[in-house]
Design a binder for this molecule. Structure first.
Ligand code: SAM
Length: 317
């Protein structure tokens, strides 16, 4: 599909109400190459989100503008955002500066990937089932934290835990710091600029290590739609086979997990590659609503038994 042509002034002059503008946006998005999946499911969610940014209306109040004429400034802002989405392929979350995950709002911009992890389904119930009672969980790590969204969801779910959140990217950690402060968790979440968990080696051990690392192989990245390439490349790609960060994480988690602890990693399409790389390591695949089941849970004892001879293997910079 090729990109549609830019709307002409004559076309946009005919649009009056919020509803007119939304129908126009939906058609333009449908006729374009835009790809979804960066926090939004389809063109309707994206156009409503842009309308919220243009009118200042919260999501639940958007129907208020469906039948009324948009003010000139609202119209201009909506059409400008829409054009950037369709013709520059900027993700909607970056255009509006926010994304929602697990009912929480997170600031986002080009420094971080748009939050959309499967962990939002698993942090409430599935993961705690593998741990001591909630109030006994004292130390949790979010490795590759990006915007800090998962560290914050973990802090909310495990109210007695101290959360260590790591990322290699200083710009990403600046965004995480803002989100941690927004959600009132600066006292419990500590951010570390480090490769995987290197800065935490030798320190206290964890009940839970969770990670949504970059996991796309280089070759897959090259074929991604344009809006995904607007996200930081090191949020998505991890070497030739996608396993570079995961290799390091498995080795470091061997040292850093409590004996009763668990490691959970979102691995995208790498399930077969994981079994091939670690054939003796027991892996449990946690079910997710779309059936892709691409989050693996590994117990500390299994990791130690199956994996690393040198507990310090994988130490990075
Ligand atoms: C897929 S994003 C996940 C962000 C966030 N946890 C989420 O779910 O939205 C991966 C993150 O890993 C970071 N990263 C890449 N390589 C890393 C490494 N070797 N050590 C630590 N973080 C790394 C990137 O900067 C990026 O923020």
């Amino acid at each position: 599909m090729s990109a549609p042509s830019r709307p002409t002034p004559a076309q946009t002059a005919r649009l009056r109400t919020g509803g007119d503008h939304l129908r126009f946006a939906n058609k333009l998005l449908q006729a374009s190459d835009v790809a979804y999946g960066q926090g939004f499911l389809d063109e309707q969610e994206e156009s409503l989100t842009l309308m919220g940014a243009a009118t200042g209306l919260a999501w639940e109040k958007l129907p208020q503008c469906f039948e009324r004429a948009l003010k000139p400034a609202e119209k201009a802002k909506f059409l400008a955002l829409l054009e950037r989405r369709v013709f520059e392929r900027i993700p909607t979350a970056y255009l509006v500066g926010e994304a929602w995950l697990g009912g929480l709002r997170f600031r986002v911009d080009e420094r971080v990937i748009v939050p959309r992890s499967y962990f939002v389904e698993l942090i409430p119930e599935a993961i705690p089932r593998w741990l001591p009672p909630i109030e006994q969980v004292k130390r949790v790590a979010d490795v590759c934290t990006g915007s800090g969204c998962l560290a914050i969801l973990l802090a909310k779910r495990f109210p007695q835990a101290k959360v260590d959140a790591t990322d290699l990217s200083a710009p990403a950690l600046e965004v995480a710091k803002l989100n941690v402060a927004d959600h009132g968790e600066a006292k419990r979440i500590q951010l570390h600029e480090t490769d995987t968990m290197t800065a935490l080696l030798g320190g206290p051990k964890f009940d839970l290590i969770l990670s949504n690392p970059p996991y796309e192989p280089e070759g897959i990245y090259r074929r991604l739609p344009a809006e995904f390439k607007k996200e930081p490349k090191n949020s998505l790609v991890s070497g030739k086979d996608g396993l570079d960060v995961i290799r390091k994480l498995l080795a470091q988690a061997t040292e850093l997990l409590q004996p009763h602890g668990v490691l959970v990693i979102e691995v995208g399409g790498l399930r077969d590659a994981m079994h091939q790389a670690w054939p003796k390591l027991p892996m449990l695949w946690l079910p997710t609503a779309d059936g892709l089941d691409c989050v693996v849970l590994i117990q500390a004892a299994d990791l130690r038994a199956a994996l690393v001879k040198s507990p310090r293997a994988g130490r990075g910079r």
